[in-house]
Design a protein around this ligand. Structure first.
Ligand SMILES: [Zn+2]
Length: 401
């Protein structure tokens, strides 16, 4: 039996058990084995065992027959595929001033989506109450209900302890510190609720959908606030308490007058974020969305300010590049999308300031997924969680009950 070296030990433990339906599903989902013989060989079990597992998975609607494999003589082998339409996940990318919600199939493809203004500082009850109502409407639009939801995924604009689903001292989210976000969904669903940092779900989305081969990647979101998601050796890096990638609170100008919402002086967020620009522009652009609108229109002060942000973000990224030596740096967020010169400024400063050895083969790119990166990343996190081999047994019990 051969098992890829990239798998983690929990996967190996499960796959070494007598072939569970979960391990059969994992091999089918990844495309590593799709016929009865391939599955039996990979799992080291009798073909009859595989036939039984496939029957259970088919009854639950998770696996379907997808045709016949090319054969070099003899009977063609039936090919089994994961049925991505079996259920849905609902996901939201909540920023400081806007949100993007979607219902996705089990292939992380959005079936329906919604973008709206929503200020996070209204607190968890108001914000999540509104989000739940919109999720209910979106589910209705695709003919689904909460009953068909396997999981909920949310990105929030601050540090989040992924294990507990609680924000950890988020500087710009009054009322959210330590809140058990999942507990606010128990009135609509018993499905798991996963919560992570917004830049981190964008990093996962970009990595899984567009940059699977990049072993090490830094995704930087330049929006109302500035944050980063780190992919290290192919895995998302969260840190000890969920604060990894909090690039917005790297001090870039110790002599700055701006006091950051975290209490320090001269943080990247406080001198280069959308809120900081809006603060400096006053009446002309009172909120980050105003800054973005004016920059898009070519307003001289707004474009000057966002390009300055690009240079400051570039300096912080250069330090991160020296520290992490990534394959790629991907830039996203509304400020970066407002004016192409922001990206040009980031690029120029990173290549100039990062060490030659770290920057020589470094690729710096704009996000390919754009504003979709967050919801697609959140969907991947939820789907990987609920379909992990050790959880599929429980899922099968629910679906065949
Ligand atoms: Zn700060």
């Amino acid at each position: 039996m051969t098992v890829g070296f990239s798998r983690d030990s929990s996967y190996l433990d499960v796959i070494n058990e007598p072939a569970s339906p979960g391990s059969v599903l994992a091999l089918i989902r990844s495309g590593e084995a799709n016929t009865r013989n391939e599955l039996a060989e990979r799992l080291g079990v009798a073909r009859s065992t595989v036939v039984q597992r496939l029957s259970v998975l088919s009854s639950a609607g998770l696996v379907r027959l997808a045709g016949d494999a090319q054969s070099s003589g003899g009977r063609p082998a039936s090919v089994f595929a994961f049925d991505e339409s079996a259920a849905v996940v609902v996901v939201g990318d909540l920023g400081q001033t806007g949100c993007h919600l979607a219902v996705c199939d089990l292939g992380a493809r959005p079936l329906v989506e919604l973008t709206a203004s929503l200020t996070i500082d209204q607190g968890p009850e108001v914000v999540l109450g509104w989000v739940k109502d919109r999720f209910g409407e979106l589910l209705g639009e695709v003919g689904r209900s909460w009953r068909s939801v396997l999981g909920v995924g949310l990105g929030l604009p601050g540090p989040v302890d992924f294990e507990t689903g609680r924000p950890v001292s988020p500087p710009a989210m009054p009322g959210w510190d330590g809140i058990d976000v999942g507990s606010l969904f128990t009135d609509v669903t018993a499905a798991p609720v996963l919560v992570d940092n917004d830049a981190r779900i964008m990093a996962v989305g970009e990595h899984r959908a567009a940059r699977r081969s990049d072993r090490n990647m830094i995704f930087v979101k330049i929006g109302s606030g500035i944050g980063a998601g780190l992919i290290a050796d192919g895995q998302i890096l969260r840190g000890e308490r969920g604060a990894a990638g909090d690039i917005g609170h790297i001090v870039v100008d110790p002599d700055a007058e701006e006091v950051c919402r975290c209490g320090n002086v001269g943080c990247l967020d406080a001198v280069a974020g959308g809120w900081a620009i809006a603060h400096r522009m006053g009446e002309v652009a009172p909120t980050p969305p105003d800054v973005v609108r004016l920059a898009r229109e070519g307003h001289p002060e707004a474009t000057g300010q966002v390009r300055r942000s690009g240079r400051l973000v570039g300096a912080a990224i250069a330090n991160a590049v020296n520290l992490l030596n990534p394959t790629s740096v991907v830039i996203g967020g509304k400020l970066a999308e407002a004016d192409e010169q922001v990206f040009a400024a980031v690029r120029e400063v990173v290549y100039r300031q990062a060490t030659p050895v770290a920057s020589r083969h470094l690729e710096i790119a704009l996000t390919e997924l754009g504003h979709m990166a967050g919801v697609i990343g959140a969907a991947h996190l939820v789907i990987d969680h609920v379909l992990a081999p050790e959880r599929v047994g429980e899922l099968l019990e629910q679906r065949t009950a």
